[in-house]
Design a protein around this ligand. Structure first.
Ligand SMILES: *[C@@H]1O[C@H](CO)[C@@H](O)[C@H](O)[C@H]1NC(C)=O
Ligand SMILES: *[C@@H]1O[C@H](CO)[C@@H](O)[C@H](O)[C@H]1NC(C)=O
Ligand SMILES: *[C@@H]1O[C@H](CO)[C@@H](O)[C@H](O)[C@H]1NC(C)=O
Ligand SMILES: *[C@@H]1O[C@H](CO)[C@@H](O)[C@H](O)[C@H]1NC(C)=O
Ligand SMILES: *[C@@H]1O[C@H](CO)[C@@H](O)[C@H](O)[C@H]1NC(C)=O
Length: 625
């Protein structure tokens, strides 16, 4: 028995999932990634707790297969679960609520339609919802048109197809044009002429190149003309006649790193409505599960399909050329169909934007989903902020900006969005409300994009975070949206802290400890930024230095056998470019044995809490000889 399908998966995501108290564990890191050579690592770690009752709702039971739907600007999130639709509401400033609508689903069909805050029957529809939850399903809605990769009958055909199931004449892809496709994303692009409107879809398939050196899978973008009416011959009737596919390349030629496996795609439309300037963000991974983000332009994709020759086809192309959309619903000539059907791949590959055609950045994390928010900082500069889900159930916030013709990506924050840590099943961006809606099998959370209260370290820490949503105002690190007037933000990505009114960051408070001669001791300094070098300095000498990439989360200075000249002041200093901060300041004072005994207990307790799991074999803390 296969479980019933998610309720109304067909309605393009009638379904959302909401979770319990939102708790964000933030590991803030700035990963400066210039031209695909990122530095990465947590910068600051902090815990952000959402407002109880307002930012999360749970299902009340496990919902292993859900579909999430959220209309930007609304406070409602719809989640299709097993035989149910959950309706979660996140009203501004009030507690969230949950309703469930039982839909008694029928296998493979969709019965619901969302109307005025509730659901009502749509009649039985085939091909709208998959027969089992793990099917390779993609459904695209545009007005009255519906496109789907879902089979219409449960036991009908094993070869996945991309089909038009409602609107114009029903069409499907030839079974030979894709090899074991895994569908990722589909979109309709309205071009300059209505007859030229395109459907693009992104997928992976088995690599026809069986060379042992070649990757197993290749990533693709396919095009179809929206006005395609199928052909006139018995072979071409009911089939898409305008199908072409191209390889999507995401590799860094300078380091010879290839990322072949497309995971997710997000299309960021141009603010002026120019379809050619739509940015296509692709998340890719390699066999070691490292990731890269490559950005393509729709203009480049369109040009490749319009201009390229066909792979393996060496005669002159028929007229009209394969893939061309014809006006007035003219049928595609059979000869053009036959050439395209036997040579569906264009020879030219789609490469990332930019002069070097390299990834925006790559990383050791295994990213799975991406959404992108185009935002304007307080002085009007535009940033693209990427939210990427990891396989550890967290979200990374990566800021892309173009400075002096370098494309920079800073990974500034790691967010744990759930009350109960769990894998992220779905993520939806609401640019209007400036929220992310994310779901796990237990809960749905609402995460604000402008999390500014998490940045410590005063003005310097606030600006060093390089978060375009946050700025310094009246002694606090605040959201640019909550502030009345302009806030202090940095336009200098290398030395943001230099714009703070106080030229020096706050000094660390002096802490004192009394120690007996010949004692053994250590000093520990938390490494908030993985881009900084931390050093312990005693008088003029650097006693210990911890470079970025240091294994432990703390920079430790051991004193094996305290001598007279080792008493005095110890400073832990963090340096990141020209940013310099005193993180810790200790003074070791000579004392008698009684005082040392007194401190022993405290130091041991502290040591145990700091060291558990770090260096378990070491004797911890203060030992008096
Ligand atoms: C909102 O939820 C919180 C936590 O569950 C609760 O303490 C508070 O009373 C609720 N507020 C309202 C107005 O229901
Ligand atoms: C939607 O619901 C509201 C409140 O229940 C009702 O006042 C309104 O008439 C409804 N609109 C439609 C189109 O049914
Ligand atoms: C990738 O290739 C392997 C081996 O051919 C195959 O089992 C798998 O289904 C492919 N994955 C895709 C097409 O995403
Ligand atoms: C990569 O990730 C997939 C899915 O998360 C997992 O099944 C696979 O074992 C991982 N591969 C490696 C090499 O870690
Ligand atoms: C520490 O130094 C003193 C004097 O040099 C020596 O007597 C003692 O054995 C040393 N202790 C350890 C644990 O090495």
């Amino acid at each position: 028995m296969t479980p019933p399908p998610p309720g109304c998966a067909s309605l393009g995501a009638l379904c959302a999932r909401v979770s319990g108290p939102l708790r964000l564990l933030l590991l803030l890191w700035t990963a400066a990634a210039t031209q695909g050579h990122p530095k990465s690592g947590p910068r600051i770690s902090a815990v952000w707790k959402g407002r109880a009752g307002q930012d999360w709702v749970d299902f009340g039971l496990a919902e292993p297969h859900t579909v999430l739907f959220h209309e930007p600007g609304s406070s409602t999130v719809w989640v299709g679960g097993r035989g149910k639709v959950y309706v979660f509401d996140f009203p501004e400033g009030k507690n969230a609520s949950k309703r469930t609508v039982n839909i008694g689903s029928t296998k493979g069909s969709c019965l619901d339609k969302r109307v005025n805050g509730t659901v009502e029957s749509l009649g039985e529809k085939r091909g709208y919802a998959p027969f089992s939850p793990d099917e390779n399903s993609l459904v695209l809605f545009d007005g009255d048109e519906v496109y789907s990769t879902i089979r219409k009958q449960e036991y009908n055909g094993k070869i996945p197809r991309f089909r038009r199931i409602q609107g114009e004449i029903e069409l499907y892809t030839s079974d030979t044009v894709m090899q074991n496709p895994q569908f990722i994303k589909a979109t309709i692009v309205h071009q300059d002429q209505a007859y030229d409107d395109k459907i693009y879809y992104f997928f992976r398939e088995d690599n026809p190149d069986k060379n042992p050196e070649a990757p197993l899978n290749v990533s693709r973008v396919a095009q179809l003309c929206r006005g395609d009416q199928g052909g006139e011959s018995s072979l071409s009737v009911s089939k898409w006649n305008t199908f072409l596919k191209a390889m999507l390349v995401c590799s860094d030629v300078t380091t010879n790193k290839n990322f072949n496996r497309l995971q997710d795609v997000f299309l960021l439309p141009d603010p002026d409505g120019q379809w050619r300037d739509t940015r296509v963000y692709g998340v890719f991974s390699n066999p070691w599960n490292y990731s890269a983000v490559c950005v393509y332009s729709l203009d480049d994709i369109d040009r490749v399909f319009r201009m390229s020759s066909l792979k393996g086809y060496h005669s002159s192309l028929p007229n009209p050329r394969p893939g061309k959309c014809l006006p007035d619903q003219q049928p595609i000539p059979t000869e053009t169909f036959q050439v395209a059907d036997s040579h569906p791949e264009v020879a030219q590959r789609v490469e990332p934007m930019g002069p070097l055609k390299t990834p925006l950045f790559h990383s050791k994390y295994h990213y799975q989903k991406v959404v992108v928010h185009r935002m304007q900082a307080s002085r009007g500069e535009t940033f693209h902020v990427l939210y990427l889900t990891t396989d550890r159930g967290t979200i990374h916030k990566v800021v892309e900006s173009v400075e002096r013709e370098r494309s920079l990506a800073f990974n500034i924050m790691e967010i744990q969005p759930f009350h109960h840590p769990a894998a992220i099943q779905a993520m939806s961006l609401d640019a209007e409300r400036r929220k992310l809606y994310v779901s796990s099998q237990w809960e749905v959370s609402q995460v604000p994009l402008d999390l500014c209260e998490v940045y410590g370290g005063g003005c310097h820490g606030c600006l060093m975070a390089r978060d375009p949503y946050c700025g310094w105002d009246q002694g606090h690190c605040v959201s640019i949206y909550s502030s009345q007037g302009p806030v202090l933000q940095s336009i200098n990505p290398d030395e943001p802290h230099k714009e703070c009114p106080n030229p020096q960051p706050d000094r660390a408070p002096l802490q004192k400890v009394s120690l007996a001669r010949n004692s053994r001791y250590y000093l520990s300094c938390p490494m908030e930024s993985r881009h900084a070098t931390y050093s312990w300095r005693h008088e003029e000498n650097v006693e210990q230095s911890c470079e970025p990439g240091h294994q432990s989360p703390n920079c430790i200075l051991f004193i094996e056998n305290l001598t007279a000249r080792q008493y005095g002041h110890y400073l832990c200093e963090a340096q990141e470019g020209s940013y310099f901060r005193e993180a810790q300041h200790w003074e070791l004072l000579p004392d008698d044995r009684a005082m040392a005994e007194h401190l022993l207990g405290r130091a041991r307790a502290l040591a145990a809490s700091l060291w558990l799991g770090v260096l378990p074999t070491l004797t911890l803390g203060l030992l008096v000889h």
